[in-house]
Ligand binder design. Sequence first.
Ligand code: NAD
Ligand SMILES: O=C[C@H](O)CS(=O)(=O)O
Length: 483
Amino acid sequence: MTLKKQALIKDKAFVDGQWISATDEFSVTNPYDGSELVKVADLSPEQVTSAIGAAHKAFSGWKNKTAGERSELLMKWYQLMMDNQQALGELLTEEQGKPLAEAKGEIAYGASFVKWFAEEALRVYGDTIPGPSPDNRIMVLKQPVGVVTAITPWNFPNAMIARKAAAALAAGCTFVVKPASETPLSALAMAELAHQAGIPAGVFNVVTSTDSKGVGKVLTQDDRVRKFTFTGSTEVGKTLIKQCADTVKKVSMELGGNAPFMVFDDADLDAAVEGLMASKFRNAGQTCICANRVLVQDSVYDAFKAKLLERVKVLEMGNGLDDGVTIGPLINSAALEKVAKLVKDSVAQGAKIEVGGEPADDESLFFEPTVLSNVGPDMPLSCNEIFGPVVPLIPFKDEKQAIELANDTDFGLASYFYARDIGRIWRVSEGLDYGIVGVNEGAISNAAAPFGGMKQSGFGREGSKYGLDDYLEIKYLALGGLG
Ligand SMILES: NC(=O)c1ccc[n+]([C@@H]2O[C@H](COP(=O)([O-])OP(=O)(O)OC[C@H]3O[C@@H](n4cnc5c(N)ncnc54)[C@H](O)[C@@H]3O)[C@@H](O)[C@H]2O)c1
Ligand SMILES: O=C[C@H](O)CS(=O)(=O)O
């Protein structure tokens, strides 16, 4: 069923199957021009506690549905998302800024997790294990952990929620999410479609609030919550992990990144350029898996740079709703200032701007698509997650140095390299300390694959057959007296 976009724009939180208001409201704006889209209910921590109560109340009914019943409801949710891909995409572009083609792609990507886990819901298998004696048997049950709470970021306001909620609901858990206050509309539209799919009250709840810290404490410290999952910065993730400790919650963290993108002398340079364009400039560089450091072997450095500059120079900034626009605005002024400072400070240390290098103008949130050469591994652009459309080119001499440079970071989420020698492909793939390695591939996001990081990029995996594990308890039955 296709809805008009207006029917999907919600200004209240969704709790226990009801749209609820609050004493205060906050404004949601379009980052393209700063215009206000809508004012949304600004829930208090007390109201979020009530949302947890609703999820707690709904848990028994939801976990006692059959796997087939949960699967059917998730599949209906999936279909409604796809039926409304255009309207959901437009809504996402307006609140987040990414080009409409990317936004519609995100809707399909988020929906693919709902479909994937609708199918995985039917495969929550246990074990029978040979017993220690003739009258004993060992059995393993897998059961839903219970109430799950989540906090998600603004850069993928649909998919980061779908990736968590679909797994949680498939496992039989109930779910309360606080989306980023920059981009709550996509989450609220998802709630409307969950309701229309017939997902019962209290199973999927969206709490909107600007009180991140106060609401975060509720979502991480309420003892009725058995699992907390977060996607966002490493700094905030560390705080939230600590807040979960007192009630010993299961925790999963999808945090920051600093992805190396390596081009070896045996790479297909045209393919490497296309792979870099796909990875780096998606969402104007505002993704956790964007190529962040581009390491190019000396002998192909100039040829690769020339090919890259040709592609970057034709990128088009503008309103994401307009045809042909490939680069949207950054999310806010703080993000723009951060990117500009990283570039300025790196230039001051010797980096050379080949194209771009500045905010597009004095009023908007656009940063010019940028390439810098002669970037050192210790410069600010190399040591920080850029989160903008900026490519730092870093030369390297050999494979050993490339791997050392790539691993020289506290992060371990995504990495990429282009090479064609099979021995090199195995050596480099096994030598990289990252949860994800793109080999001759710059587009790595897929619901069938285990997404997640190592080191300070977090722990847990989302998507794939592994994605349900974080939402299940393993129960061991020791069966005696069977002789
Ligand atoms: N690993 C992944 O899958 C993934 C995906 C997207 C973004 N990220 C990371 O997220 C960061 C960018 O997103 P962001 O700016 O929204 O991150 P952020 O950590 O600032 O915010 C993420 C969410 O946490 C909330 N929040 C902020 N401070 C909080 C606090 N003290 N207590 C509770 N909640 C709090 C925010 O309101 C938002 O909803 C980048 O580092 C990026 O790499 C990682
Ligand atoms: O920003 C980080 C996201 O996890 C990237 S993706 O949506 O998984 O591709």
